[in-house]
Design a protein around this ligand. Structure first.
Ligand code: IVH
Length: 679
């Protein structure tokens, strides 16, 4: 029986409605109906499609989950080649790029032209072809002339519209862009793969490219892929945009996602500002980029300039220093940490990566060392992203020298020779020497003076190591006996620096109970636990007197932490050190035990804050301290549980995400007002 006209019409209108909500959700990040309402629409469409299967079309919003696998990839010829970009790393190269352009266009060097500045996304280039607004083909870039047909896979990506919005799109429209895997998705995917013993991707670019080249689209559908488009290819119609920026805006209107970080800039100086700005925010972006791209905005200029070999003359990529490089492992040593944990560290042939010269990379623990199977003499890929400690991504096994040996677990501490034992968790190995081990001593002393502990400026790692080697200092109490005269006798130490250190030590004597507890370096007691202990007991003597069952009543403290705390304060040596420290004048405000009610009334209790951007009137640490003092919590990333985002200057992706989730956003002055309510 033929399907009635009414049903057919209903299907068309349901699809239109769903597509519009997909667009609001995925492209504009601004849904205007609740999820439940959206689900209702989808269910309605699914129900009709289940009854009348002849109405199912490939581009129905219900068909994203992934169709049947293909047996191989067809080849697709790009009617207009997909070009690549020339690179520069320095400002000088950029100025030469403009000089060449101005020469060809016969422009006066003193004028400025506009460039469309965009992040250079690190994923896989893809071409999408639409006919009468319907997606008909998706293809990889391949060698630029021919790529592979991956239509079945691109269909599963939410950011790829199956049907275009509006009615003014060209009859035939090819759109190009980058398919990428956002960092959060990449990490979650790899964590999951590791648990299930599946293949791990070494970076988000490989993850995106690998996911696109799946024969089975149901696998691609499970990968967290996204796509930003950055140009139009083939266009069959009379759409003649004047500027590249117009193209991007129009593509956004038709339903594509375009990178929100794009901007029109004036001249090379504008390009350089953009480069520094994006560079500074690189670690806050939710996706990986390897530089920025500048494109001459006016399309008539672009046409005059044309391209040379495989790259246009009107665009250039300004790359960031590489975050991954190849180098050789010269040695693997074990470093002893504050609590005695032995961490394998690879000593590398120095290599310039992520903007600095790297000669060490952590291997975290024995499990990791075994899993990656790193050996002395291996050629490895080392990665340094942002301020994260450099790490070895993987070994290039085909370059492994013959007769290399895998490393075995050390039996004794490389520093003090004490026996080494496996940790309860079985991943860490520990030196049993305690404070007899000079490495543990040095590390715990460094911790004591660190910024969020007693915050003693000027006592750097080198100086502490020297003082320990001279036997001048063996416990934190000894810091308070240091005299200026002895500091100046130490290598390279001037009067002024010595003076500053003494002043800083003096200043540190006025501290808070939670900082002091944190500074003691009790195992498992980080800042949060130290704070809980301080606010629960209010005084050091009350904490010292508390037994294990009592400690477990403190919020966030379980049996393991309780036993660590109790053991620490039962140790005579520790008590003696604490007595000497307080005798030398270190003090803090003690309060009587806070009642449950007091805590409930703490003014920001129950609120979770995220800080982003640069604050002008205080440092982030100060802001954090004030929130915590008022009972609030501070976390690093935005989620539905975030109560407020404090957005400083140059806020990045966190701001975008907070807006999308409808989280309250406070400017710095508004935050100031909120805090002043505390009085
Ligand atoms: S434009 C005509 N814009 O970089 C210029 N490319 O090295 C063609 N890419 O294959 C590319 N972000 O995969 C352009 N905003 C962006 C880009 C971008 C990443 C990639 C793209 C291309 C490669 C060229």
């Amino acid at each position: 029986m033929p399907v009635s006209a009414r049903i057919q019409k209903e299907v068309v209108s349901l699809r239109k409605e769903i597509q519009y909500h997909d667009y609001r959700y995925h492209v504009l990040d601004d849904p205007d109906i609740p999820d439940a309402e959206y689900d209702r629409l989808i269910r309605k469409l699914l129900a009709i499609e289940a009854e009348y299967s002849e109405l199912i079309t490939q581009n129905s919003p219900t068909q994203r989950v992934g169709a049947e696998p293909v047996t191989s990839f067809e080849t697709v010829t790009h009617q207009i080649p997909m070009l690549s970009l020339d690179n520069v790393f320095e400002e000088e190269g950029l100025r030469e790029f403009q000089k060449r352009i101005f020469g060809r266009l016969k422009f006066d060097p003193s004028i400025d032209i506009q460039y469309s500045a965009e992040p250079k996304l690190d994923g896989a280039a893809v071409s999408l072809l639409y006919e009468r607004g319907e997606l008909v083909q998706g293809a990889t870039r391949g060698d630029g002339t021919t790529g592979e047909n991956v239509t079945h896979n691109v269909r599963t990506i939410d950011a790829v519209p199956l049907t275009l919005q509006g009615d003014d799109f060209p009859v035939k429209l090819e759109v190009r862009g980058e398919v990428f895997m956002p960092l959060a998705g990449f990490r979650a995917f790899n964590d999951n793969a590791q648990i299930n013993g599946e293949k791990i991707f070494i970076n988000p670019r490989n993850a995106a490219a690998g996911s696109l080249r799946q024969l089975d689209p149901r696998l691609t559908a499970k990968r967290p892929l996204d796509m930003y488009v950055y140009s139009a290819g083939l266009v069959e119609d009379d759409w003649v945009p004047e500027r590249h920026s117009d193209v991007l805006n129009k593509l956004e209107e038709w339903g594509f996602k375009v990178c929100p970080e794009r901007r029109l800039v004036d001249g090379i100086d504008g390009c350089i500002d953009f480069y520094s700005e994006i560079g500074a925010r690189r670690d806050d972006l939710t996706y990986e980029i390897d530089g920025v791209v500048y494109k001459v905005d006016r399309i008539d200029y672009q046409n005059k300039l044309g391209s040379v070999s495989r790259a246009p003359r009107w665009a250039i990529a300004h790359k960031f220093p590489a975050q991954e490089e190849i180098t050789v492992v010269c040695d693997i040593e074990f470093q002893v940490g504050r609590t005695g944990a032995l961490t394998p560290v690879a000593r590398l042939k120095p290599v310039f990566v992520g903007g600095v010269t790297v000669s060490n990379a952590t291997l975290h623990n024995m499990d990791e060392l075994r899993r990656k199977d790193v050996r002395v003499g291996d050629t490895v890929i080392v990665r340094r992203a942002g301020d994260v400690i450099p790490e070895i991504v993987k070994v290039l096994f085909d370059r492994r020298p013959a007769r290399s040996e895998s490393l075995s677990m050390p039996l004794e501490c490389p520093v003090c020779g004490s026996e080494v034992a496996k940790d309860e968790s079985n991943t860490a190995i520990r030196c049993s020497g305690g404070l007899r081990c000079s490495a543990q001593r040095v590390e715990s002393l460094k911790h004591f003076v660190s910024r969020r502990a007693l915050n003693i400026d000027g006592l750097g790692a080198k100086l502490i190591e020297e003082l320990v080697a001279m036997d001048r200092i063996s416990s934190p109490a000894d810091f308070f006996g240091l005299r200026k005269e002895e500091l100046v006798t130490i290598d390279r130490m001037g009067e002024k620096s010595a003076d500053n250190i003494i002043k800083s030590i003096e200043r540190s004597k006025n501290t808070t109970l939670d900082r002091f507890i944190y500074a003691l370096g009790i195992r498992e007691v980080g800042e949060t636990t130290a704070r809980s202990l301080a606010s629960h007991y209010g005084s050091l003597s009350a904490i010292i007197d508390a037994d294990e069952p009592a400690l477990q009543e403190v919020s966030d403290i379980g049996p393991i932490v309780a036993s660590r705390v109790s053991q620490f304060f039962m140790n005579e040596y520790n008590l003696e050190v604490i007595r000497r420290i307080t005798d030398s004048g270190v003090h803090w405000q003690e309060s009587n035990q806070l009642t449950h009610d007091d805590k409930k009334h703490a003014f920001l209790s129950g609120s979770t804050f995220v800080l982003t951007g640069t604050l002008l009137s205080m440092t982030r640490d100060q802001a954090k301290d004030r929130i915590i003092a008022a009972g609030g919590k501070v976390t690093g990333s935005i989620s539905r549980n975030t109560s407020y985002l404090i957005a400083g200057d140059k806020s990045g992706s966190k701001l975008t995400k907070a807006k999308a989730l409808g989280i309250i956003i406070l400017t710095e002055p508004e935050f100031g007002q909120l805090l002043s309510k505390d009085k």
